[in-house]
Design a protein around this ligand. Structure first.
Ligand SMILES: C[S@@+](CC[C@H](N)C(=O)[O-])C[C@H]1O[C@@H](n2cnc3c(N)ncnc32)[C@H](O)[C@@H]1O
Length: 255
């Protein structure tokens, strides 16, 4: 198949960046049959990254399996904040890890961390294991997935938990609603249900001076800070205008 015919099929299906996508698909396909399959899947509306089997995240190519949440560009900011807090030897936990993109970025940019990751969705756990060969990846509900030996030892706890309010899920792009699991999107009534649970238990797991970091929308930042204060941690809000990203950080007192 030639570039021009892939471009026309993608354009006819409504792909706005048909030419860029066609180049990526052609560069990734390893056989004519695979190329055909990829074009058919993209035309049917699968997210480009699930079609390609990978997503660009910071400097990494992160593997993405079908049905696994595609890491968003804005989350590169959360990963960068986690990178800035981690040191060689740090215990880092990527909770709600999805593909493991955030943990993979920290491991790639900070040498010699001890990385753990966890997610409730078995498909995400399998995908994260492929992206995090040097980490222990567990399956389960938030902290229940983690080994108890990590209590009081986590230096950087990063959790890109779902934060879309339930009634806004229907307004997400069709690609997300059809091809990403609801559990990866729906953050409960005001979007902060999971994040409140992450904050509430964070003090049990953080080391003295350790930090918990989550991503929220700009509008949710004040409520998220209140939840962090309720958990006994001092909140700090950081944001990136360029990436339209907001990150809430709580630090455990050094004692
Ligand atoms: C917004 S996605 C983020 C994935 C990944 N961290 C990223 O940034 O690409 C949220 C992830 O949280 C996971 N999740 C949702 N509820 C969870 C829970 N109760 N315990 C653990 N993981 C959960 C979902 O399966 C999904 O992979």
């Amino acid at each position: 198949m030639f570039l021009s015919s892939v471009v026309s099929e993608l354009r006819a299906a409504g792909c706005v960046f048909a030419e860029d996508e066609a180049r990526l698909i052609l560069a990734t396909a390893e056989s004519p049959a695979q190329l055909r399959r990829m074009v058919v899947d993209r035309v049917a509306g699968l997210p480009l990254e699930q079609v390609l089997g990978w997503a660009r995240f910071r400097d990494l190519r992160v593997l993405i399996d079908p049905g696994v949440f595609v890491p968003r560009r804005r989350t590169e900011f959360l990963a960068g904040e986690a990178v800035a807090l981690a040191r060689a030897g740090s215990v880092v936990v990527d909770l709600c890890c999805g593909s493991g993109a955030v943990g993979a970025a920290v491991a790639a940019e900070v040498p010699d961390i001890m990385l753990y990751a966890a997610d409730i969705d078995p498909a995400a756990v399998a995908c994260a294991r492929r992206n995090l060969p040097g980490a222990l990846v567990h399956q389960g509900d938030l902290y229940q997935a983690l080994p108890l030996c990590l209590r009081g030892r986590v230096d950087v706890l990063v959790a890109n938990a779902p934060y879309v309010p339930t009634e806004e899920v229907d307004f997400l792009p069709l690609e997300a609603r059809l091809h990403e699991p609801l559990v990866a999107l729906d953050g409960g009534e005001d979007g902060l249900e999971l994040i409140r649970r992450v904050f509430r238990q964070a003090p049990e797991w953080l080391a003295p001076g350790g930090s918990v970091l989550v991503e929220t929308s700009d509008e949710q930042a004040a409520s998220a800070c209140a939840a962090l204060l309720d958990a006994g941690l001092e909140p700090l809000v950081t944001s990136s205008e360029e990436l339209d990203a907001t990150v809430i950080i709580g630090q455990m007192p050094i004692r």
